[in-house]
Write a protein that binds this ligand. Structure first.
Ligand SMILES: CC(C)(COP(=O)(O)OP(=O)(O)OC[C@H]1O[C@@H](n2cnc3c(N)ncnc32)[C@H](O)[C@@H]1OP(=O)(O)O)[C@@H](O)C(=O)NCCC(=O)NCCS
Length: 162
């Protein structure tokens, strides 16, 4: 039987664990204070996937008036390539949709083919490019956009695509 990696809402109490994953996954990581700050802002949607209650992946987004931005998604390196990132992204998009989000944007490094493939598989489309958006190393960002059907009162919380 496969291992079970439950997903639960993240709070500021998870900031240190999330920042530790972030440092392992990104060459230009957000500092710990950045995570504390985002948990204090309205519209933040955070999820962690856990193994024996320890976060091994996280999803962070902000949703305001129907429009959301995925701030980050990461899975620890040793657990990649087994569907966890896709499962967590689906749960995150469902959570965004459940609170009224129907349009989702995100930025991704132009060289990050794995993430781009994941997002394309979920229906994200490339809308533009931000020149020199990233540091360490300097790189362009692709801006991706997803439209989801607005949630209706009798819907489940699935991330139905338009
Ligand atoms: C991007 C990331 C979250 C994907 O997580 P994951 O658990 O490895 O992904 P999954 O196993 O769920 O795979 C989902 C999709 O990603 C793509 N993918 C995964 N591994 C891949 C690989 N080695 N090569 C190409 N595409 C790959 C595929 O499209 C895959 O879908 P498929 O299985 O239907 O083909 C993970 O690689 C990660 O944390 N990367 C570092 C942080 C990062 O780049 N985050 C995104 C910032 S915008």
């Amino acid at each position: 039987m496969g291992r079970n990696f439950p997903i639960r809402p993240a709070t500021s109490a998870d900031a240190a664990a999330i920042a530790a994953i972030e440092r392992r996954c990104f060459s230009d990581p957000w500092p710990l204070e950045g995570f504390h700050e985002v948990f204090g802002l309205p519209g933040t949607v955070g999820l962690v996937m856990t193994d024996a209650e320890e976060p091994i992946a996280y999803f962070l987004a902000r949703e305001i008036l129907g429009t959301a931005e995925v701030l980050n998604l990461a899975v620890v390196p040793e657990l990649r390539g087994r569907g966890l990132g896709a499962e967590l992204l689906d749960a995150g998009l469902a959570a965004v949709r459940a609170r009224g989000g129907s349009e989702v944007f995100l930025e991704v490094r132009a060289s990050n083919i794995v993430a781009q493939s994941l997002y394309a598989g979920r229906g994200f489309q490339t809308e533009g490019r931000r020149r020199g958006y990233y540091r360490h190393p300097d790189e362009d960002a692709l801006v991706l956009r997803l439209l989801m059907a607005p949630v209706r009162s009798n819907d489940g919380d699935g991330a139905a695509l338009v």
